[in-house]
Ligand binder design. Sequence first.
Ligand SMILES: [Zn+2]
Ligand SMILES: [Zn+2]
Length: 267
Amino acid sequence: MPVDYHLHTFRCGHARGRMADYVRAARKRGLREIGFADHVPLYFCPPERRPSGLAMTESELPQYVDDVLALRAANPDLPVRLGIEADFVPGREAELAALLSGYPFDYVLGSVHYIDGWGFDQTELLDGYRNWDPDALYRRYFLLVQEAARSGLFDVLAHPDLLKKFGCRPGGDLTALYRETASVIAGSGIGVEVNTAGLRAPVAEIYPHPAFLAACRELNIPVTLGSDAHRPEEVGFGYHAAVALLRRAGYDRLAVFQERRRRLVPL
Ligand SMILES: [Zn+2]
Ligand SMILES: [Zn+2]
């Protein structure tokens, strides 16, 4: 059952198109269930220092929720879930929990987009990679992913090896780090996302790496599937490749969510 659980909206400032057109595109691609998961407001930055173009403002959040709920009501034959993509920032867990608590989310995607305040997935901040030894950077990143898993804030970890986006690779083998991370995720009881946005990035590879996905499969970690669409044409992007990757790893089911309760459906 093809599902796309990672759709953005114009409100984040770097996506475009009407939300209804994302739903229309999902129908055209034969998707059976979708979820909007736009970027959470930048709760970890002081309000006067929140860069525009990264996420909706806090005052826009209620309207985002209402718009998704209205699309759900208008599409009774296509489940439209209310999700959100929330940045994990250590030390700020209580603020995020408070922000999320007022809304009826079906699921929360947890994302590590920042390492000590550095937005390592932003093209404008590529210089930051020069400050790191790749091995140390990978270790630091995956420790944050583990901390995000343990935080109890999230249902699913989005694009769980996003650090490879621009092609930064450590010298050594990552299997041990993948296994260690998968074991923390399995212990936390949450899932991971297979995300096709990596195919559109310089790395040209789905998140996560097949070896990471294999480590997740070994521990029975449930998976969701998402395109990370920032425009209607990207809904369901790269799904043949994603489904093939999942099957090669031994997955035959996907996780779907309603009111933060998980269910498995055939892939
Ligand atoms: Zn985005
Ligand atoms: Zn993301």
